[in-house]
Design a protein around this ligand. Structure first.
Ligand SMILES: Cc1ncc(COP(=O)(O)O)c(C=O)c1O
Length: 455
């Protein structure tokens, strides 16, 4: 049965299939700078299975067509989103993980990797300076991590009617928060959006005023969400003030550090996201800057028992975990989960402490250099302490910023740069995420020239 690798001998067909696929992928990387970051007219191979299955070579040919139409995160001009090039160790781990096909649902289906996940979450919790009782799990993306955090927070509220509950977060919090509210069966007015200051950070006084106003109407806040790295400009909310307030009112604090959390992993950048440790739960997405292949997001909670209390429903068909620890399928929304932690673990081991620091510091350096090169008499810059930066013409109030952004984005694409076009407070911006280690200062010079000459 040549569809499956032999279980009792080295399988030459599998070996050559794997080897050829690896070479093909390697060539795909090697041709990146000859192509655009994102192909404009991708072609698709046939979709449906044919009568007789295809040979390995035919499969690779189909794959090649798909690869040619794929986005190329390793292109030095690929700066639009939070999708950096993948670490080589992360790619290898992803391949091995597919081969192992273990299931994080239960320890018996992933004996070593379940332990690896627990250990890695513990390591992250320690790096974030969270308490001994902390723990967590890998989740398929930051949106799901945020949803799960809010579900846990709500599960702590007893005997309160759904219509009385509300949450608070900045108006610049990620869309996944609004989505979570809707998925949880709450109405849009149970989400109190708090306005932000000129740096994109939540206004703490507005947060307090809104909270007391809602409380006086008999409403109950079940979570405050602070953002450590907003999606458009990378702003970090005042975490200490928010956590002090949450503590004084006994409120659950979730920090969405999907973007900013990685900066806690190096002593030289940790101060930017100080006080993550004061939260009840944190979302952190190593996929967004550290080169871990998608998806890689962690939800870490200060008390790991809270995950079990919220999500456990009993597991009549699975052996209990050895050592009385919780099974992966009992502490989250997902049942079957792939071994995502493998690529996170191997990627971090490949980078080492110095590699992590290099990725973080060099991203910040590129952001600062780009800021210096932008002609501020022509372009307004919005940024924060992280590696995200967005620009728009200074006269955008009476200027058609949308028209400018579309035309300039197209011009940039002609020159091998891909930026994104967020609409921020009613104005169109072009945003660059400086997390791509292949982007050199010379590339940034060219990018800044095109932007400065677009006015
Ligand atoms: C601040 C923030 N939180 C959460 C998310 C959601 O993460 P994901 O795309 O992995 O679901 C994003 C995505 O960009 C984000 O910017």
């Amino acid at each position: 049965m040549e569809f499956f690798a032999s279980p009792d001998r080295t399988d030459p067909k599998f070996n050559s299939f794997l080897g050829d696929a690896c070479l093909q992928l390697s060539d795909w990387f090697a041709t990146t700078t000859q192509r655009d970051p994102s192909p404009r007219s991708p072609q698709l191979p046939d979709i449906s299975p044919v009568e007789e299955g295809l040979s390995s070579q035919e499969l690779l040919d189909d794959l090649q067509l798909l690869m040619e139409g794929s986005y190329r995160p390793s292109h030095p001009g690929a700066l639009a989103h939070l999708d950096p090039p993948p670490l080589t160790a992360s790619i290898v781990a992803e391949l091995i993980s597919a081969g192992l096909n273990n299931n994080l649902l239960a320890e018996e289906l992933s004996p070593s990797i379940t332990r690896l996940e627990r250990g890695l979450c513990k390591w992250f919790a320690e790096e974030l300076l969270m308490p001994e009782t902390s723990g967590g799990l890998a989740v398929s993306g930051g949106s799901l991590s945020n949803l799960m955090a809010l579900l846990v927070a709500r599960s702590k509220v007893h005997n309160k009617s759904k219509s009385d509950l509300f949450i608070m977060a900045s108006e610049e919090s990620h869309v996944s928060i609004s989505r979570a509210i809707s998925v949880m069966g709450l109405t849009p007015d149970s989400f109190c959006k708090i306005s932000t200051d000129e740096e994109g950070k939540i206004k703490i006084n507005s947060l307090k005023e809104k909270y007391y106003a809602m409380k006086s109407k008999g409403k109950n806040c079940f979570a405050v969400i602070a953002t450590a790295g907003t999606t458009v400009r990378g702003a970090v909310d005042p975490l200490l003030e928010i956590s002090d307030f949450c503590k004084s009112e006994d409120l659950w604090l979730h920090i969405d550090a999907a973007i900013g959390g990685a900066f806690a992993l190096s002593p030289s950048t940790a101060k930017i996201v100080k006080h993550l440790s004061k939260s009840n739960s944190v979302t952190i997405n190593p996929q967004k800057l550290l080169g871990i292949t998608k998806t890689s997001s962690l939800l870490i909670v200060a008390n790991k028992d809270d995950l079990y209390s919220c999500f456990s429903t009993g597991f009549p068909y699975i052996e209990p975990s050895q050592g009385e620890l919780f099974q992966g399928g009992e502490i989250g929304l997902q049942g079957t989960r792939s071994a995502e932690v493998l690529k996170l673990w191997l990627g971090l081991r490949q980078l080492g402490r110095n590699g992590i620091t290099f990725l973080l510091e060099s991203a910040l350096k590129r952001r600062s250099y780009f800021c210096e090169k932008i002609d501020s008499s022509k372009l307004e810059i919005i940024t924060g302490p992280l590696h995200l930066i967005a620009v728009t013409p200074v006269k955008s109030k009476d200027f058609d910023s949308r028209k400018w952004a579309i035309a300039t984005k197209n011009n940039l694409a002609e020159n091998g740069f891909m930026l994104s076009r967020p609409c921020y407070k009613g104005v169109n911006y072009l945003k660059a995420v400086m997390g791509n280690p292949h982007t050199t200062l010379t590339h940034i010079d060219s990018l800044a020239d095109i932007l400065n000459n677009s006015i």
